[in-house]
Design a protein around this ligand. Structure first.
Ligand code: 26V
Length: 803
């Protein structure tokens, strides 16, 4: 948008005075932040209305991305940037005596997600708006985001994240668009005059779903899409209920949108979680159908105007809920309704970890969602009947929706969608060949790959301004919307001047992170050391433990030989463990204990430091990733569906140290073996081990003296304060078979780390690797990912042609 500095200053002062009856000198940071937020909202409002108007007039097909999680982070800077007024506003604020950086810090992260899956949803809505894809988010407005992590004596402690305590400047509550969602009760089907079965409900509990809309402002375009998050409230008429009963009912209802489940590693069949899933699915679909009906088209044409995407199985109840609305409320028969449902829906799988696969006990489902359960039974019955003509009974048993007394959510999503995708080439292949093999056999044409992506605007242009200006100066500015232009950096790979400047930029970012670390932890780190970073959720398969065991081996090497030739390193960790995931929490404690030991041992001086930064999240990632030299992507091959931090690090010029897992494989294909450091088992080797049952972790403990020493340190008191944890972890590796092949990959990992050490000593060579990584990272922009979803799955328009 067009905005002069003078206009902005006048607008700001007027808004501050209207809203807080204040002038700039007397206002505090929060008041200034809220004012700026409101002002940005008012700037975006016009385009928001226009976008909706345009969609309506052109009759464009709309996509709705249903996700339990949207991990948005802060929005102030990205909204300014996307509106094209970041520099103007920064300068205007400065002239009025304010500092944009300081205002940014006032905003609390919208942490409505666990990790990669939720952040992916946030990147997608940014990219959709930027490329004028008519795509909107649908989710839950959790009152509490993912818990805040604190370390007490090295242990993770979880605190509530009350992100709404200062209000939320970006959202608008739309009570007039609220819908009712039904739970419990009895349902009877009765024939109406025309012979249709109509459900009659008794004793149901009604929850009012109130939408809060947030504008999703596309970059450099006029498109402003909508993120609609639902909040659970008491229905208005219940205000006549007796006082105590009212309070009780209110708190039961409001608990639905109270808190995000913080466990992304283990499925738990908790009733409240099922309520949450149905709540946002039902509210979302009702509101979509209401909007669609304004077009005056028949329901049988729904798939021409609406696509609904199911982000993992959490919204898989879309299948029966859409069926319910089409049949019970719109009077369609089963077959045409099913036809429409499958055409409208598509589903993404995000994990092969069987512990995370959702399945709900049938009795729970029948009680909480009686009508939905009836429909699921009918879906299951018809599926079995259809398949019986083609396949044997075992095949049907393995793939049907209801089996063993529970509803299999992945099966429901697959049977009810026209498209099923994995999130990286390797992952999609594993789905086809192993995890979803039967389904691939039955519905081969439904399967496709859509490798994940990240919005390079947030993850480079906004979070790494020194690198952004440098790139602009070399290749112009078009890469903001055409990220493969970054490839134009590659010819500079031998330009010493360019490589030196890259090194300087990295140094600036490392210093900025070092200052933060100093302020937060009191620890001084040497910025000439290698910044070696592993930030992600804690999970055994991601193998933070492998990283730690190697650090311990370096420590012992230095203890034995103070003159050992090791290039100085700062090992940086960040990440949360699910509150009930004991093993992951023990690893956190172990890392903190090792940090205590190593950081305070004068024998290692500045050679080795461990920094575990508390409360990793989007805003911290924006600070840490630009400062990384090494990106640790060391999951056991086959376990990490894609990874997305791997892409963020690459984009910021870190060199990846990786197994051939998830999207690491595609990074390797792009940069070549010389510009990534690989190690470890391949997925095929892992599957072979499973098949042969031939892995014996003890052999590696026995054979490798370095590993022996390191493992003994877990139990012999060398690391103070981890008696119990050290023992559990030791046992997991030696006694219980080392499920994630940590010991098997240790030696290879240590060798790869040695290679990092050697390569880093040649600064120009290292920066050349960094440059090749940056130059090839454009491919991983979520801009391309969503354009592919739009063209190949959703069949919707965008302003950008892909090929
Ligand atoms: C699973 C569950 C299980 C039931 C209870 C709550 C809950 C919450 C979240 C999840 C998500 C697990 C799947 C997941 O996060 N997958 C990650 O998705 C990323 C985006 O596609 C991908 O990059 C990561 O590799 C993958 O682990």
């Amino acid at each position: 948008m067009e905005l002069t500095k003078e206009q902005f200053k006048a607008d700001f002062e007027r808004m501050l005075s209207d809203y807080f009856t204040m002038d700039v000198e007397k206002s505090d940071l929060t008041e200034q932040y809220v004012t700026l937020g409101k002002l940005i909202g008012s700037y975006a409002a016009k385009e928001w209305r226009n976008t909706n108007q345009r969609y309506l007039e052109k009759g464009e097909k709309q996509v709705y991305y249903f996700s339990m999680e949207f991990l948005l982070g802060r929005m102030l800077k990205s909204n300014l940037f996307n509106l094209g007024i970041l520099d103007t506003v920064r300068a205007g604020l400065k002239e009025m005596g304010m500092d944009l950086e300081a205002l940014e810090q006032v905003e609390l992260d919208a942490g409505l997600g666990n990790g990669g899956l939720g952040r992916l949803a946030a990147c997608f809505i940014d990219s959709m708006a930027t490329h004028a894809i008519p795509g909107h988010g649908n989710g839950i407005r959790f009152k509490y985001g993912l818990f805040r992590q604190k370390f007490v004596n090295g242990y993770q402690v979880e605190l509530p994240e009350n992100w709404l305590r200062n209000g939320n400047v970006w959202e608008t509550r739309r009570l007039n668009k609220a819908v009712n969602v039904r739970f419990y009760g009895n349902v009877r089907l009765e024939k109406d005059a025309s012979g249709h079965f109509v459900p009659h409900y008794e004793n149901e509990e009604i929850v009012l779903a109130v939408p809060y809309d947030t504008p999703v402002i596309g970059y450099g375009d006029n498109t402003v899409n909508t993120l609609r998050l639902w909040s659970a409230e008491m229905p208005l008429e219940d205000a006549n209920t007796e006082y105590h009963a009212f309070i009780q009912q209110q708190s039961r209802i409001e608990s639905i949108s109270e808190v995000l489940y913080p466990d992304d590693s283990n499925y738990e069949g908790r009733l409240l979680r099922l309520k949450q899933e149905y709540f946002f699915v039902s509210a979302g679909i009702q509101s979509i159908i209401r909007t669609y009906k304004k077009r005056g088209l028949p329901m049988s044409n729904l798939a021409e105007k609406v696509a609904i995407h199911i982000n993992d199985t959490h919204p898989a109840l879309c299948v029966p809920e859409l069926m319910r609305i089409l049949m019970d409320e719109e009077g369609m028969d089963w077959e045409p309704a099913w036809d429409v449902t499958v055409k409208v829906l598509s589903y993404t799988n995000h994990t092969i970890m069987s512990e995370a696969l959702e399945s709900w006990p049938t009795d729970m489902m029948a009680q909480l969602l009686p009508r939905i359960y009836q429909i699921i039974c009918e879906i299951d019955r018809r599926y079995a009947e259809d398949m019986a003509r083609l396949y044997d009974w075992d095949m049907i048993e393995r793939t049907r929706v209801i089996s063993g007394g529970s509803v299999k959510m992945a099966h429901l999503a697959i049977i009810g969608s026209h498209s099923i995708n994995g999130v990286a080439k390797l992952h999609t292949n594993i789905l086809k060949e192993k995890v979803l093999r039967d389904f691939y056999h039955i519905f081969p044409s439904r399967f496709n790959n859509k490798t994940n992506g990240i919005t390079h605007r947030r993850w480079l242009l906004l979070s790494n301004e020194p690198l952004r200006s440098f790139i602009d100066s070399k290749i112009g500015k078009e890469w903001a919307t055409k990220p493969t232009d970054l490839k134009m950096l590659e010819p500079f790979r031998r330009d010493e001047n360019v490589l030196r400047q890259l090194a300087e930029i990295k140094q600036i970012n490392k210093q900025r992170l070092a200052d933060y670390i100093r302020k937060r932890t009191g620890l001084a780190v040497w910025t000439d050391a290698i910044f070696d970073v592993q930030v992600k959720r804690f999970h055994a398969y991601k193998r933070q433990l492998l990283n730690l065991l190697h650090i311990l081996s370096l420590y012992f090497k230095l203890k034995d030989d103070p003159g050992a030739d090791i290039y100085p390193r700062v090992f940086i960790f960040g990440g949360k463990a699910a509150p009930s995931y004991t093993y992951a929490k023990e690893i956190i404690k172990l890392i903190n204990a090792a940090a205590d030991l190593i950081n305070h041992d004068p024998a290692v001086r500045d050679m080795l430091k461990i920094v575990f930064i508390e409360n990793y999240g989007v805003s911290l990632a924006e600070r840490i990733i630009p400062a990384a030299d090494v990106s640790e992507q060391i999951s056991l091959a086959s376990k990490e569906a894609s990874g997305t931090s791997n892409m963020k690090f690459m984009l910021n010029g870190a060199v990846t140290l990786a197994t051939l897992d998830g999207a690491n494989v595609e990074i390797r294909d792009l940069v070549g073996e010389d510009n990534i450091i690989l190690f470890g088992l391949t997925d095929q080797e892992v599957f072979q081990y499973y098949h042969d049952r031939s892995y014996h972790s003890y052999d590696y403990y026995k054979k490798n003296p370095v590993l022996h020493r390191v493992l003994d340190a877990l139990i012999d008191g060398s690391i103070p304060g981890v008696q119990a944890e050290g023992r559990d972890i030791f046992d997991s590796l030696i006694k219980y078979g080392d499920e994630f092949f940590v010991l098997r990959d240790f030696e290879d990992y240590a060798l790869a780390q040695k290679k990092v050490d050697m390569l880093y000593r040649d600064p120009l060579k290292w920066q050349e690797m960094a440059l090749i990584n940056i130059a090839n990272a454009g491919v991983f922009s979520s801009d391309y990912t969503v354009l592919r979803y739009a063209a190949e799955i959703w069949n919707v328009n965008s302003k950008t042609r892909l090929f």
